[in-house]
Design a protein around this ligand. Structure first.
Ligand code: NAP
Length: 336
């Protein structure tokens, strides 16, 4: 098959989860796909599938936290293909914990990846898309991009920022035929939980939930069926570990943290497969007309999963106080 004229897609954070499945889905549908990742040694699994299925997928190193790395990667792809049609900003992770407990360095890191990471790639592809007078920029937001959840203030604000930036950007790029697409998944079963960052004074709660015996109302420990194995250390850690006693302090917000994690972790194990998000992204692109500069509207939002769709509807239809109760009832209830 001659793929020379097929669109070129670039995906960030392709080692696992949504980025991995999205890279494969685009390549399987004929797009000339560049699966980017910060550590190419994590590419073994995707490489095997590419070889087995003869996919038009290439690997490129890109750490979205690093301007030089992003610039180099986009330059390399453009030199090879002379165009970029689709950019999928997927790289991201979750910093959770009570706001008071979070170190500013960790908060900045969260924005470095989830928000500034997307800006870095967008700034590099815009000159290319503008001169083509066409392009689709897909930002992987979350239902946390339009609803505030407990114990998630910084993750939520990084996704709200991504949504706000996308909304404003859509006006600037519309004359150049560039669409902005926001994908808003609910809870999806990926390595996301494995990669969560928590403040040290919250981690014992997380570990004890892992080890806790089954409650009379559930068939297993709340976390036993999730993939949770490691929780990153963070900069707070390094400081606090110098003082072991201080490291043993427990958050003053232990009740809400416990309730939230008790509900959140098991939700992950029964959540939809990331292939569902990959398919939604693919469909969002396939539904776009090629040139949109004559249309009045070039910003598109797609909630993915029952939970995200429910919250998206609720946000439009119910009052703030009703929404607050809905979120509290869905995320903080616990058998005592
Ligand atoms: N899973 C969910 O419930 C859910 C729900 C809504 C939205 N999302 C969003 O979906 C996106 C993908 O998450 P996921 O669920 O697929 O989680 P995941 O399996 O943990 O994948 C995250 C990906 O991001 C990459 N990444 C992190 N920092 C990076 C950096 N600085 N540069 C380049 N790549 C980086 C990771 O690479 P490494 O392997 O090198 O760490 C990995 O490939 C995120 O933006 C997340 O916020 C997830």
């Amino acid at each position: 098959m001659d793929l020379k004229h097929e669109p070129v897609a670039v995906v960030t954070g392709s080692t696992t989860g949504i980025g991995f499945e999205t890279s494969l889905a685009f390549a399987q549908n004929g797009y000339r796909t560049f699966a980017t990742m910060r550590d190419l040694s994590k590419a073994e699994q995707i490489k095997k599938i590419v070889v087995r299925e003869h996919l038009p997928l290439k690997l490129v190193q890109m750490d979205v936290d690093e301007c030089g790395s992003v610039k180099e990667a986009i330059k390399k792809i453009f030199e090879e293909e002379e165009r970029i049609d689709i950019l999928i900003n997927n790289a991201g992770y979750g910093l959770f914990g009570a706001l008071e407990d979070l170190a500013i360095e960790d908060i900045k890191k969260q924005f470095e990846t989830n928000f500034f990471g997307a800006i870095r790639t967008i700034q590099q592809v815009l000159p290319i898309m503008r001169s083509q007078r066409s392009g689709n920029i897909v930002n992987i937001s979350s239902m946390s991009g339009f609803i505030g959840f407990p114990v998630s203030s910084i993750y939520v604000s990084s996704k709200f920022a991504l949504e706000g930036m996308s909304e404003s950007l859509s006006y600037e790029v519309q004359p150049y035929g560039i669409n902005i697409i926001l994908i808003e998944p609910g809870v999806i079963n990926t390595n996301f939980v494995e990669n969560i960052v928590l403040p040290i004074n919250t981690r014992e709660i997380s570990s004890s939930l892992l080890a806790s015996p089954p409650s009379p109302h559930s068939s297993s420990s709340p976390l036993s069926s999730t993939k949770t194995s490691t929780i990153y250390s963070n900069s707070d850690d390094l400081k606090r570990n110098k003082n072991k006693d201080k490291g043993k302090e427990t958050t003053k917000y232990s009740d809400i943290v416990k309730r939230f994690l008790f509900n959140y972790y098991p939700a992950m194990s029964t959540a939809p497969d990331p292939k569902k998000v990959a398919l939604a992204i693919l469909e969002s692109i396939q539904m776009q007309p090629k040139h949109s500069f004559n249309r009045r509207h070039n910003l598109f939002r797609y909630p993915v999963g029952q939970d995200a769709k429910l919250y998206a509807e609720a946000k439009k239809k119910i009052s703030d106080s009703e929404l607050h109760s809905l979120v509290a009832d869905s995320t903080l209830l616990m058998d005592n």
